[in-house]
Design a protein around this ligand. Sequence first.
Ligand code: ZN
Length: 198
Amino acid sequence: MESNSAARLKAELIEHNVSGSFDAGNFALLTKKPRLIDTLANQLLETHFPASLQNNIADELGFDIQHTLSQRDPKFCQMVLRAYNYQCAICGFNMRHDNAPIALEAAHIRWKQHQGPCEVPNGLALCAIHHKAFDRGSIGLDENMRIVISEAVNGTSAVVQQLFWDYAEKVITLPQSKSNYPNEKFIEWHQTEVFKKA
Ligand SMILES: [Zn+2]
């Protein structure tokens, strides 16, 4: 979890609408080489946000990013999917194309970009939709591994109801071995830093 002083600082920055800017020399450089802006945006996104969110943020802010296929640990994905029996911990989605799982991903609970380790207790097997919603803070977990849904979630289709609200307060499907359960300190980080209650 972030220290109190860091959390306070962040709240103050938001409250006072603090923004930054470049000094004259760097500003001139960026004006002369506009491609540099996308490169910098790319680096900032890869350093601070999980891959599932990078494209969305870039689209919202109008940056053109090219993925440099960030260093994912292939073992992490395999270990997490195996621990969760190759199905989404929330909805149980487990579609395969022959033997290959489709749209099933290993999510980091505490983001790798925020010192989250590539270990099973920091992972969750999630389908692509629940992964994206988890990283965006639309869904979270409480200390009893129950699913919590952000009040910001909306959508009128029956599928949204089935994929989100129907799982509210349900316990996720946990791994066989307790040593693989999500670690509460990572869950706490996600609750504080990512999940958006309202
Ligand atoms: Zn799912």
